[in-house]
Design a protein around this ligand. Structure first.
Ligand SMILES: *Cc1c(COP(=O)(O)O)cnc(C)c1O
Length: 413
């Protein structure tokens, strides 16, 4: 194996085909940013775009902007661009609402598409909002929905002829472990159930091929690997074969066949547009589009390859120099089994993360003891890994983490 030296990391940066993209992002000087899986960095073009938006679009066109500036079509237009990142056709993806709201719409739609079936299956370790929303689906239809929470490796055993929908995230947000999306989809559909993939930790980070695997539905958020900004709008995918029949519960006017007819009854629009509810946030969508456009310069296969390589290097270095201090790898070691993050457990994980943040290494803590480093190949350098593990080692070897509180005091960790 090549010896891991600082020179080697610098050499990898010189050879990196994605290196020019880093210049397209703003990152504070000296910060080592490993939290792009929570909030992506800001694209450099954002400031200029927002100035143009206020001066030339909103400030000049006012209400005419819906037509003259193309605001009206933003959900479909950005949806089509995101489709290219997840193996979907352009008219199968639309940007709308939040991931949570989109799960609600699709879960109720799935129950309606599978009359007679009452089961929804998801995993205990999925991102909590997914579970909370499914509990909300249960209370919307009292006594009519059975929700099963399973262990990650017991999903298929929980799926039967009563199951209408299975909700899964390809990536475990704590450990980074990946599902085989193709295999899970096929086996769930073999029971006659539908699958909803939550791509929040996948889109923009690794290869996803929704149509290749015959997926039914997907959702995902715009602010993590897509870099759309804090609270950026989310997106959803409905496979073409369901678009004629699907009915969603939030039947707002923007999903109507003819919103401006102002008719007293709801008639769903054709295609994916019926998944919209109310008027979309144009400013937030403008930001999201700037960010999504940066992916035009990135080949997703290269993004995935760099993510895997960075993860491998992080793990190898950390195991070489930090294992003696109680840091244990939680993520799968095999990079084909791992999403774009590396997680460790440590008995004083919270304090350790605070100590890292004190040294400008921005990573995060997830209860009970998980130290999580998100990997974002668009704007990270290989050298960031070298520097971060060097700092991590120093903090562990000198027990600097003892200077920090042992348990969370802030609301956001
Ligand atoms: C981040 C994340 C969400 C966030 O949902 P919001 O409605 O945007 O708050 C949902 N699901 C998963 C899997 C996530 O990682």
């Amino acid at each position: 194996m090549t010896e891991l030296t600082q020179d080697y990391f610098e050499q990898l940066d010189r050879q990196d085909p994605l290196a020019p993209l880093r210049e397209q992002f703003v990152l504070p000087e000296g910060t080592l940013y490993f939290n792009g899986n929570s909030l992506g960095a800001m694209p450099r073009a954002m400031t200029r775009r927002l100035m143009d938006f206020t001066e030339q679009e909103w400030g000049h066109e006012i209400v005419r902007g819906w037509v003259t500036q193309g605001w009206y079509g933003l959900p479909q237009r950005i949806g089509a661009k995101i489709a290219g990142l997840i193996g979907a056709a352009e008219d199968e993806v639309i940007v709308s609402d939040t991931t949570s709201v989109n799960i609600y719409k699709l879960a109720l739609a799935a129950l309606q598409l599978k009359p007679g079936r009452t089961g929804i299956v998801t995993t205990q370790d999925i991102f909590p909002t997914d579970i909370y929303i499914l509990e909300g689906v249960q209370s919307t239809l009292p006594g009519k929905v059975e929700l099963s929470l399973t262990d990650a490796d017991a999903v298929l055993q929980a799926v039967d002829q009563q199951t209408a929908l299975v909700v899964l995230s390809p990536v475990n947000y704590k450990s980074g472990a990946l599902y085989d999306m193709a295999q899970m989809t096929t086996q769930i559909q073999a029971q006659g159930a539908l699958v909803l993939w939550d791509l929040s930790h996948s889109c923009g980070a690794h290869l996803v091929d929704l149509n290749g695997i015959g997926a039914d539905f997907a959702v995902g958020c715009g602010y993590k690997f897509l870099n759309g900004g804090p609270g950026a709008p989310a997106y959803l995918y409905v496979a073409k074969r369901w678009q004629q029949q699907i009915q969603q519960p939030l039947t707002g006017w923007k999903g109507h066949a003819n919103p401006f007819a102002m008719s007293p009854h709801y008639i769903p629009a054709e295609g994916i547009t019926r998944m919209l509810c109310g008027t979309h946030p144009v400013v937030a969508m403008t930001c999201l589009e700037v960010a999504v456009d940066l992916f035009a310069g990135a080949d997703m296969a290269q993004v995935q390859a760099k993510s895997r390589r960075m993860g491998e290097l992080f793990i190898t270095l950390a195991e070489q120099c930090c294992a003696a201090y109680g840091l244990e790898l939680l993520s799968p070691k095999d990079s084909t089994q791992r999403g774009s993050q590396v997680s460790f457990s440590h008995h004083s994980g919270y304090a350790l993360v605070q100590a890292l943040i004190g040294r400008q290494v921005i990573c995060d803590f997830r209860a009970p003891d998980v130290v999580r480093f998100g990997i974002t190949p668009l704007y990270q350098k290989y050298q960031d890994i070298w520097q971060t593990v060097t700092i991590l080692h120093e903090i562990l070897a000198t027990e600097q983490w003892r200077n920090y509180p042992a348990a969370p005091t802030a609301t956001v960790t």
